[in-house]
Design a protein around this ligand. Structure first.
Ligand code: SAM
Ligand code: DTB
Ligand code: SF4
Length: 338
């Protein structure tokens, strides 16, 4: 049993509007202690828990589409879509249904089972929600799982997306509460938690993770994982992004993170959230095959599949298919009701 000083304890954040579960919350110190383990011991624990909950040979393919790009008023220091940074990203209007349908059909034909639509908004307006609801219905008509990430949501907006058939809503905590103010000043941590409560309240599954490699300490990486693991219930889907250092953003020239730290972060996400789908998200192109293979060993079982994330590059689909095959893995198949 690892002794935990009180200052490192993070509260359980009850997302369900029900009483918190009896599960003891994860402390930052307990997660940091896992991260401090010899690499082989950490990997063994993560792989053991992974095998108890998932087929270790299976990986989910999720495809991203930026349905409304750039021009965002927020100041997220990592983001190429913030209007205030000169990143060369052109602002666009919300895409029309037929364009989204074509992209979703192509993603399905390439082997994706989940289609995630991202919009560079601080928060959608009600008229945006009506249009996105139409996009969700379009994606669902193909039998794909649907996901959207549109910024902060009111409860009625979350309900409208649920009514349109939305399966998952992605809204990241991004980093630990302590480091958060160094990254974003235009919305606070509590705003993010409030959106997650609204998403859960509407019966939509939660996709929530963060970014590593933004200059945070190991303890702060552990604190992000503690926050995620102590959401009650914890997210069904946990994207772990490696910072993509984009020219023009304040984070463009940060020193790269030790890749083994990234793998350790995946491992503690798996250990603390045993049944969550842990997604190896942004930054795979810069990672190389060996690091990605270690991430799968550490319990990652989902990737973004397709040549683009939102505005930055992702590995070629052929390279991903070849990597999955070389590792003796295969893509997850799902059947959803259209
Ligand atoms: N605007 C909405 C929001 O912020 O919630 C949705 C889109 S936003 C681009 C979705 C997520 O992408 C962010 O929360 C962040 O975790 C991730 N992201 C953005 N830029 C990134 C970068 N350069 N490297 C890694 N992850 C990034
Ligand atoms: C998430 O956690 N990562 C994705 C998705 N959710 C929306 C976005 C990654 C964006 C990387 C930078 C870009 O391509 O603009
Ligand atoms: Fe806007 Fe989202 Fe980028 Fe922040 S992460 S600047 S809210 S698009």
């Amino acid at each position: 049993m690892i002794e935990t000083p009180l200052k490192f304890q993070t509260p359980v954040v009850n997302l369900s509007k029900r009483a918190a579960t009896d599960d003891a919350p994860w402390t930052v110190a307990a997660i940091e202690a896992l991260m401090d383990l010899p690499f082989a011991d950490l990997m063994f624990q993560a792989q053991t828990i992974h095998r108890q909950n998932f087929n270790p040979h299976e990986v989910e393919f999720a495809t991203l589409l930026s349905v409304k790009t750039g021009g965002c008023p927020e100041d997220c220091a990592y983001c190429p879509q913030a209007a205030r940074y000169d990143t060369g990203v052109e602002a666009t209007k919300l895409m029309e249904c037929d364009e989204v349908l074509a992209a979703a059909k192509a993603a399905k034909a390439a082997g994706a089972t989940r289609f995630c639509m991202g919009a560079a908004w601080r928060a959608p307006k009600d008229r945006d929600i009506e249009k996105v609801a139409e996009l969700i219905r379009t994606v669902k008509s193909l039998g794909l799982e649907s996901c959207a990430t549109l910024g902060m949501l009111e409860d009625k907006q979350a309900q409208a997306l649920a009514d349109a058939g939305l399966d998952y809503y992605n809204h990241n905590l991004d980093t630990s509460p302590e480091f958060y103010g160094d990254v974003i000043t235009t919305r606070d941590y509590q705003d993010r938690l409030d959106t997650l409560v609204n998403v859960r309240g509407a019966g939509v599954k939660v996709c929530c993770g963060g970014i590593v490699g933004m200059g945070e300490s190991r303890q702060q990486r552990a604190a992000l994982i503690a926050q995620l693991a102590n959401l009650s219930p914890y997210p069904e889907s946990v994207p772990i992004n490696h910072l993509v250092r984009v020219k023009g953003t304040p984070m463009a020239d940060l020193a790269p993170l030790d890749p083994l730290e990234f793998v350790r972060t995946i491992a503690v996400a798996r250990i603390t959230m045993p049944t969550a789908r842990v997604r190896l998200s942004a930054g795979r192109r810069e990672m190389g095959d060996a690091v990605q293979a270690m991430c799968f060993m550490a319990g990652a079982n989902s990737i973004f599949f397709g040549e683009k994330l939102l505005t930055t590059g992702n590995p070629d689909t052929d390279a991903d298919l070849a990597l999955v095959k070389r590792l003796g893995m295969h893509s997850r198949q799902v059947t959803t009701t259209a």
